[in-house]
Design a protein around this ligand. Structure first.
Ligand SMILES: NC(=O)c1ccc[n+]([C@@H]2O[C@H](COP(=O)([O-])OP(=O)(O)OC[C@H]3O[C@@H](n4cnc5c(N)ncnc54)[C@H](OP(=O)(O)O)[C@@H]3O)[C@@H](O)[C@H]2O)c1
Length: 295
């Protein structure tokens, strides 16, 4: 089992394997509090690196400070080739609610918190996680994108972060950011074989050579979202190819465009191994065509 050696994409100038790892499933239920099984969570991270994963996505607010602490405990001192990607733009309250933290000074505080909890002098990439329509954003949190971009660029110029990514941005917002001169290290938006509203952003990333990192690649752990592995066409594709339904969903994403980098989230070593295996398989054209029609 290998994590798709020979298949890399440059992320802030460093080659990362196309199947990475998302650390959001490591904290407790609702991405809140300690993991159900701490030893298992640490084992997942260590196994990921063994499998060649060198792109790990996290956030200070996963837990909060649970995913980052686990990453530090499991992997520090970090392998030279590991690219750690975090996010700023939110906090958690004592009940686990997601609180916007979009103001420039809050973005800086978020980066500083990541530096401390990951025990690094620079976070390789930090995504500015914009709040979307699903979140109630109070007036004081409705900050101009230009001010946020300036704050993130300043953090990069000071060397506290290696690159600025964007998360939860539309294609129009990405285009405006690029037109404004922002050097965008990657884009992280929700997208999978069943949920393709973000196709325009993926296409823009593909045109501009910007790594596109779909979150919820399998449909997430959240109950309200359709699960990729439950769709009859995905199940049929798995039966036809001998792959698992998970691997069909992930391999479809990899085939979508060469700019795509995956960060499937899991709390299980067995699931991690299955996910990494998706980097080593190729879907036949006919199967790809039928999956394409789901969008
Ligand atoms: N930028 C953002 O706003 C944002 C938002 C959400 C997520 N993210 C990032 O994106 C990553 C991926 O998204 P996600 O974790 O929410 O959703 P996901 O990867 O689509 O799905 C995670 C769910 O799939 C299950 N799963 C994973 N591999 C499996 C396998 N091989 N077999 C069966 N079930 C499997 C996990 O359960 P088990 O734990 O049991 O495997 C979990 O319930 C996150 O970890 C996070 O790093 C970013």
């Amino acid at each position: 089992m290998t994590a798709n050696e020979n298949m890399t994409v440059d992320l802030v100038g460093r080659p990362v394997h196309r199947v990475g790892f998302g650390a959001m499933q490591l904290p407790g239920p609702g991405v809140f509090g300690p993991p159900r099984d701490r030893d298992a969570a640490l084992a997942v991270l260590r196994r990921a690196v063994e499998l060649g994963v060198n792109h790990v996505d996290t956030a200070q607010y996963y837990g909060p400070d649970v995913s980052n602490e686990l990453i530090r405990t499991a992997l520090h001192p970090y392998p030279d080739d590991l690219v750690l990607v975090s996010k700023v733009g939110a906090l958690r309250d004592d009940a686990g609610n997601w609180i916007p933290a979009q103001r420039p000074e809050e973005l800086r505080a978020g980066v500083e918190a990541n530096l401390a909890s990951l025990a690094v002098e620079r976070v390789d990439v930090v995504n500015l996680r914009r709040m979307d329509a699903g979140h109630a954003v109070p007036a004081e949190q409705q900050v101009s994108f230009d001010d946020q971009a300036a704050a993130m660029t300043a953090l990069r110029d000071e060397g506290l972060i290696g690159g600025v990514g964007l998360s939860n941005v539309s294609a129009e917002e990405l285009q405006a950011a690029l037109d404004g001169g922002l050097d965008v290290a990657c884009v992280q938006n929700p997208y999978n074989v069943l949920s393709r509203d973000d196709e325009p952003t993926l296409r823009l990333c593909a045109e501009r050579g910007i790594p596109y990192v779909p979150f919820f690649p399998l449909g997430s752990a959240f109950e309200h979202m359709p699960k990729v592995t439950e769709h009859p066409t995905v199940i049929a594709a798995a039966q036809q190819t001998g792959m698992s339904a998970v691997q069909v969903g992930l391999a479809w994403l990899l085939a979508r465009d060469a700019s795509v980098l995956l960060i499937p989230g899991t709390s299980s070593v067995a699931h991690l191994e299955e996910n990494c295996g998706a980097g080593a398989v190729t879907l036949p054209e006919g199967v790809l065509g039928r999956l394409d029609l789901l969008g």
